[in-house]
Each structure stands twice: as C-alpha cells, then as structure tokens.
Design a protein around this ligand. Structure first.
Ligand SMILES: [Zn+2]
Length: 286
C-alpha cells in the first residue's frame, strides 16, 4: 500500500497548499479521496495517471474538496481508449447530482466538450492514434450518493464511512476508512472532533487528519465547533489508538516556522504515535 498526498491545504490558495486530495494504491488499484483544486495536475506530478484511478470518494462538496472533479473526469475519459474500467464515484448527497450536472448530454456543463470530441475528426484522430477504437464512446461514470456504513468492497479492500461533523445541514460530510490486507487508513475530511470519527479510526494504521491550526488560537470560535486544531486532532488520534497520524489541511498561516512547531508541540504532548507533517506531493509506503 502506498499513499500519495496531492492536496494538503484549505480553500485559501497558496503555492504550497490548496485544497484536499489523496490517493491510496492498493496492489494494482488506485483509490482517490477528494478531488480539490489542481488534483489532476498534482496526480500527474506524482507520477500517476488519471486513467489509473478507478474509485473516487468525496468527503463533502465544499470546493476545496471537489472543484477539480470536472477536470479529472474529462482528462480520464479523454485519455481512455475504451479498455479502462468505468470510474466509480461515491460521496454524500449531491455526488450524483454534481456528476449529472457536469456530464449529462442535455444538462451537463461540459457536455459540449465530449460531444465535440466524439464527433469531430480532429478528436477522433487523436483518439485512434492513442489506440482507441471508433465509434468513440461518451464518458460513463457510476456515481452514487452514500451514507455511513459499508460503501464498497474491492478485490482486497473495503471502504467504510462514518458521519463527520462539519457544516450540516448545508452539506453532508463523511469520514472514510480503507481496510486492506496490508493495513488500514482513515481519511477524516473536514470535521470537529467527534465520537463517530474516533470509532471509525479505532486502531487504524494511518490516520490522515485535518489540522487547521493551533487549537488555542481558535478555541471559543466557530472554527473549534466545526473543524479541528492541534489538540483536538491529537485527542482523536490518541483516543482511537491510531498508529500514525498524518496531518493535512493546514491553514496557510500554520505552515510557517514557529507556528508549525507550536502545533506539533501540542500534538506530541497528547498523542504518542508517529506524527507526519503532510505536504503536497509527499508519498510514502504503508
Ligand atoms: Zn476543506
């Protein structure tokens, strides 16, 4: 199992961090969690190809977690030669609707693109020169709205979801757990510390958790109610018994000398497992 951190930031754009997305390789299969800003570009920079990813799981539909979805869908389809697996997409409410609104022949915001590409000789030539056959097929994406519980089982892995506490009732949010023969991973998405995420992460090998800031800087604010900072993250990791904690979704002001150390000091006071300060394009075996 190998983990690639693609997007490790927030909705605030910086050169180092912008939005969320992670890929976990299990054997020959690639599972992506969230598809925030520039995910497709970061995927390719990480040495991966859009066509390799057959499964995508959304934690929620804030743009820092899903805005590159149309780019990923169209790139993956455009590079496909017809031998690839159909992409399967899972996420909370709006996942099916968003997919429909992007690709549907009549309602899709990007339907004009694929309709032109399956008809014009320029695009058909590019398709056949890559090994594709004619007639060129429209994009087919199997999107499914899901809730807590078992989401999908692959050949040697299973993904389970639990409710995360974020911006309900405006948007539903899920945390995901991936169990494989080689170990387990939890992706918290955006959440305040809550029992459902602790239970999902029970004894997990790798907990990929948001860490927005130093807790004392925003205690008493909405940030503490609906997100997690240093001590909250450490408390969840310790309570769950997670073996390794990978920090992501850091605010831009947290990723500077002094602030990073403050957050890590908080965390290591509470959590006694291994801590990784996640950065974009980082990859590691698990
Ligand atoms: Zn976010």
């Amino acid at each position: 199992m190998r983990i690639h951190l693609l997007g490790c930031g927030t909705p605030y754009s910086t050169a180092e961090r912008f939005g969320s997305s992670y890929v976990v390789q299990v054997g020959a299969e690639y599972l992506m969690f969230d598809c925030g800003p520039s995910t497709t570009s970061k995927l390719v920079q990480s040495g991966l190809r859009p066509t390799w990813v057959d499964y995508l799981f959304f934690t929620h539909h804030h743009f820092d977690h899903d805005v590159d979805y149309p780019c990923f869908l169209l790139s993956r389809w455009n590079e496909s030669i017809g031998k690839e697996n159909e992409l399967q997409v899972f996420g909370p409410t709006l996942t099916e609707q968003l997919t429909h609104r992007l690709l549907d022949e009549h309602d899709g915001a990007f339907a004009h693109d694929w309709i032109a590409r399956i008809n014009h000789p320029l695009s058909l030539n590019a398709h056949t020169s890559r090994g594709g056959t004619l007639p060129r097929k429209p994009p087919i994406v199997r999107a499914k709205d899901v809730g807590p519980g078992s989401v999908f089982s692959g050949s040697s892995w299973e993904v389970t979801a639990a409710p995360a506490k974020h911006v309900q009732p405006w948007l539903d949010s899920l945390a995901y757990r991936l169990d494989t023969e080689d170990g387990s991973v939890v992706v918290t998405g955006d959440t305040a510390p809550c029992d459902t995420v602790i239970e999902l992460a029970r004894d997990v090998d790798i907990l990929i958790s948001l860490c927005v800031g130093v807790q004392e800087d925003f205690d008493g604010t909405a940030e503490a109610e609906y997100m997690s900072g240093s001590t909250a993250v450490a408390g969840v990791a310790q309570a769950a018994g997670a073996k390794k904690l990978v920090l992501v979704h850091q605010a831009h002001w947290l990723d500077v000398p002094g602030q990073t150390e403050r957050a890590l000091r908080d965390i290591t006071r509470i959590y006694d497992g291994e801590v990784v300060w996640g950065r974009e394009l980082m990859a590691f075996d698990a």
